[in-house]
Design a protein. Sequence first.
Length: 132
Amino acid sequence: MDTHGYVMQTGVHKDKRITRVPVGYLKWMVNARHSEAGYAEAELARRGTVTPEIDISGHAIDRASQQALEHWQQYREGDEGLHAWLCRVAMEALKAGTRRGDKVDYIGMRFVFALDGVWPVLKTVIRSKRSH
């Protein structure tokens, strides 16, 4: 699909060429299954941008920096940073944790996800009540 001449039909970038739309917004369009998601996906591919296996919200990073530093230090691999650790451990939680709807308990933490998109989004992380 050629996106060079495509002009956005809706949203905050209405009437803009899709080639001028920020990557973050294009990724959001794909994940949210926006009406123009096909164009967004094609534009991301044209730019060589890959979509994530999982997305980590800014709030989840903030909460992890307050609630999960001990867990990060205990379970990180090598010099793995907090964001990379959250990506890896959140995927592990989805595969092996105890799930209750959008909440997953894993390694003494509760991970809260938005699971209604193309890929999961980690919304927040807190210590499990059992870990206190």
